[in-house]
Design a protein around this ligand. Structure first.
Ligand SMILES: N[C@@H](CCC(=O)N[C@@H](CS)C(=O)NCC(=O)O)C(=O)O
Length: 211
């Protein structure tokens, strides 16, 4: 299996984290010709990363890839056995994708489009509030007491809330939600989290250097 994409992307880091949490290191590569070349578009018409290629099977979309890897790789399931806890995991992933991701885009484009930043900050604050709402005081991980699909989705997105802080008060958005702030402190100090953050930071450094 090969996962195409770069480690800075939170959508690429998500399935990478899933594979690592299951004790595997999935091969990562950049697609020769890039993600807009005809050969890539034939496999992945959205022209986005990540794309998983498993033999003659090509699968796009980070969470779909994450679910596939969780199912086919050996190792512990990253969905709790308890159906209500599993539903909370899926809910946090969905809240992140539906509410955090569009606002993150607005923050990421803040330099080129400063007029969009206030709305993006507001949207991100609301998204974090939704996620906080469905967490419990005894959730040591995003949900429950072990690493799940929700941690794999949230860690690479929260990386940007640290990385973009400065001109935009993105860390304060997290600090305003004490449960999430405590989770994030634990998550980025964990082995999997620290590795992901270091790799994304290196990816960001390379992207800035190439501009
Ligand atoms: N919904 C997609 C989003 C993927 C996505 O937006 N990837 C970005 C990189 S972070 C990308 O490939 N952007 C290139 C483009 O849109 O041209 C997923 O979850 O995989």
């Amino acid at each position: 299996m090969i996962l195409y994409g770069g480690k800075l992307s939170p959508f690429v880091m998500r399935p990478l984290l899933v594979s690592r949490a299951k004790g595997a290191e999935i091969a990562l590569a950049q697609f020769e010709g890039g993600i807009k070349c005809p050969e890539y578009l034939a496999l992945c018409p959205t022209g986005k990363m990540p794309l998983l290629v498993d033999g003659d099977f090509a699968l796009p979309e980070s969470q779909v890839i994450a679910d596939y890897l969780d199912a086919v790789l050996p190792g512990p399931s990253l969905l709790p056995a308890d159906e209500k806890a599993a539903a909370r995991v899926r809910l946090l992933v969905r809240l992140a994708d539906v509410y955090m991701v569009p606002s993150l885009g607005g923050l990421f484009r803040g330099r080129e489009n400063p007029a969009g930043v206030p709305d993006a900050l507001k949207g991100m604050g609301e998204a974090l509030g939704y996620i906080e709402h469905y967490r419990r005081a005894d959730d040591g991980f995003a949900v429950g007491s072990s690493f799940t699909q929700a941690d794999a989705a949230l860690i690479p997105l929260f990386f940007f809330l640290d990385a973009l802080d400065g001109p935009m008060p993105t860390k304060a958005l997290v600090a305003a939600r004490p449960g999430l702030a405590a989770w994030w402190a634990r998550a980025k100090a964990s082995e999997l989290g620290a590795q992901a953050v270091a790799e994304q930071a290196e990816g960001l450094r390379q992207m800035m250097a190439s501009r």
